[in-house]
Design a protein around this ligand. Structure first.
Ligand SMILES: C[S@@+](CC[C@H](N)C(=O)[O-])C[C@H]1O[C@@H](n2cnc3c(N)ncnc32)[C@H](O)[C@@H]1O
Length: 254
């Protein structure tokens, strides 16, 4: 099959970036025609491109992802950037609700001096994060946010998180790629969307050393609730945005 054939099939299936997608899928198939056909079929059936090719571009890196896993979003690069900037020399940075580890890997790559620890409740996601973090001064573990990393209480310099923050009632309004191909647990932020954000901010109260920083991704719709939850934990709160990425983040200093 030629690249034009692949692009034409993707275009006919509704892909807006058919040529780019065909190029990425052909690269991932690596000359194996049967694999190429299987990958095209999955993409045409609606699987997210990143799950088909097995990686997502994030902060200039290729982060491995797999079918059925949450695909890290470009906007979350703002969390990684702020966490890297806030970490003191040789500090400790935690990525809570790490998924496949995009924030953790980006921080570890940008700041080889810091120690990165990543945790998530999903064992399959943590297994991928562990593989991606292997080249770095970093570790990962399976843990619920409430119980996470008690051995680090009072020692963490930066707690970074992109927890689920879609209100339960808004999940049916999400794009199909998210609704049908990403775990519900990775999307659902509870009735008002902020349940996991509150849990992360509560964890920051025990994990952070005095003067430490928590960086939590949120949405424009939720920002009041997120900032209020951070203030309730006694943090000094500010809001950071990146218009180009469409990102909004609450930063709290202990
Ligand atoms: C929106 S995804 C983001 C993943 C990752 N931070 C990223 O940006 O790619 C949210 C993640 O939170 C995790 N999660 C949900 N509930 C959790 C809990 N109670 N404790 C720990 N992790 C949780 C999910 O498994 C999922 O990986």
């Amino acid at each position: 099959m030629t690249g034009d054939d692949a692009a034409a099939r993707l275009r006919a299936a509704g892909s807006v970036f058919a040529e780019d997608e065909a190029t990425l899928i052909r690269e991932a198939a690596d000359g194996d025609d049967a694999r190429l056909e299987a990958m095209l079929a999955r993409r045409i059936a609606g699987d997210p491109l990143e799950q088909v090719v097995g990686w997502v571009a994030f902060a200039g890196l290729r982060i491995p992802v797999a079918p059925g896993m949450f695909v890290p979003r470009r906007r979350t690069e703002l969390v990684a950037r702020l966490a890297s900037a806030a970490a003191p020399p040789d500090g400790v940075v935690v990525d809570l609700c790490c998924g496949v580890g995009a924030i953790a890997v980006a921080v570890a790559a940008a700041r080889p001096d810091v120690t990165v620890v990543a945790a998530d409740v999903d064992p399959a996601a943590v297994a991928l994060a562990a593989a991606s973090l292997a080249p770095y001064r970093a570790s990962s573990l399976v843990s619920d946010v409430d119980a996470a990393l008690r051995h680090l209480d009072g020692t963490v310099d930066v707690l970074a998180a992109c927890p689920p923050y879609v209100p339960t009632a808004a999940i049916p309004l999400m794009p199909r790629e998210a609704r049908d191909h990403e775990p519900r647990r990775a999307l659902d932020g509870g009735p008002d969307g902020a349940r996991l954000q509150r849990a992360v901010l509560a964890a920051s109260s025990r994990l952070l050393r005095p003067g430490g920083t928590v960086v939590v991704e949120t949405s424009e719709a939720l920002i009041g609730l997120t900032a209020e939850a951070a203030a309730d934990e006694g943090l000094v709160v500010r809001v950071e945005r990146d218009e180009e990425l469409g990102a909004v983040v609450v930063v709290g200093r202990r």
